[in-house]
Design a protein around this ligand. Structure first.
Ligand code: ADP
Ligand code: MG
Length: 293
């Protein structure tokens, strides 16, 4: 291994029984891992180094390992924590806390959508966890229901956010290029500026707005339909979305207002997390009709 042994370890197969596939994402396969010594269960995320680490590795291993160290220090009840990292010739193995409730997006597909009260419970955890990540200098950049896991099967509203900090390991530019392939949750400034990467934590605020829209209604605000006059990218860059009556007639104005405040193209006018925590919808209060204009 090229990575200094104090930071990553080799020989993951001597330490863990690696079992069946738990899930697949854009960057990795995730498999069940049983720690041989303790019998504890983990999720092992396996990243193909050739595919994803090329540019980052050539930037210098020490920098990469600094990122890894930072990520193993990050701990929050609503985050899938990173326990350890192993490396082999071709792969990087992230040993993660195992989460058993499945993806939020599957839950939404089965349920249709969440009630406003349950949505608020979920959303509060998302705000808390992003506030924490941002305070640690980490922008998630790929917040979407596939990356929001349910902590337990028996509980619909206890969530754990997965996949944080990946852009720090893989390299921001390459990361953004790959996730730009599924832009439903991407902020306009990210879509336009993928090359430079000159955007900050506000891109997570935008994604929060899309996620809230999806949790409450079970549908996406920006869609990629073949007969649409505006492309997905055009819709996002002008915040061109609506609250169709079939799904939104019984939803409070406060919820709609909060979503609008997040889905604001101008990053300076977009609502931030501190403000969102005090928004009427979070406090279970009503909004005026004029707030929606
Ligand atoms: P990628 O970076 O490739 O998108 P993710 O971290 O999102 O990878 O993981 C891909 C999928 O694997 C997730 O959508 C989920 O279904 C499953 N998964 C990821 N982390 C865990 C975990 N800690 N416990 C259980 N399943 C997980
Ligand atoms: Mg993912």
């Amino acid at each position: 291994s090229v990575i200094p042994p104090e930071n990553t370890k080799t020989g993951i197969y001597t330490q863990y029984d690696i079992r069946h596939l738990l899930g697949e994402g854009q960057f990795a396969e995730v498999k069940l891992g049983i720690h041989k010594k303790t019998g504890n269960y983990y999720a092992i995320k396996i990243i193909d180094k050739k595919k994803f680490l090329g540019p980052k590795l050539s930037m210098g291993r020490n920098k990469l390992m600094d990122e890894v160290k930072i990520l193993t220090r990050i701990r929050h009840t609503n985050l899938v924590c990173l326990e350890a990292i192993y490396e082999s010739e071709n792969y990087l193995y992230l040993v993660l806390e195992l989460v058993t409730g499945g993806e939020l997006c599957d839950k939404i597909m089965n349920k249709g959508h969440y009630s406003e009260d349950d949505s608020r419970i979920i959303f509060k955890q998302l705000l808390d966890v992003l506030l924490y990540l941002h305070s640690e200098g980490i922008v998630h950049r790929d917040l979407k229901p596939e990356n929001i896991l349910l902590a337990q099967k028996e509980n619909n509203t206890f969530i754990k956010v997965a996949d944080f900090g990946v852009s720090r390991i893989i390299g921001q530019n390459q990361y953004m290029q790959t996730i730009a392939g599924t832009p439903y949750y991407l902020a306009p400034e990210v879509l336009v500026q993928t090359e430079k990467g000159g955007y900050g934590k506000e891109c997570d605020y935008w994604s929060l707005g899309v996620v809230l829209y999806v949790i409450i209604s079970g549908s996406l605000p920006f869609k990629d339909k073949p007969n649409q006059e505006k492309s997905l990218q055009q819709q996002i860059s002008t915040a061109d979305f609506s609250f169709p009556k079939e799904k939104w007639s019984n939803i409070s104005l406060a919820a709609k207002n909060l979503i609008k405040r997040f889905l604001t193209v101008d990053v300076k006018k977009r609502i931030n997390i501190e403000q969102a925590l005090k928004h009427p919808w979070m406090l279970k209060k009503n909004c005026l009709v004029t707030d929606l204009l």
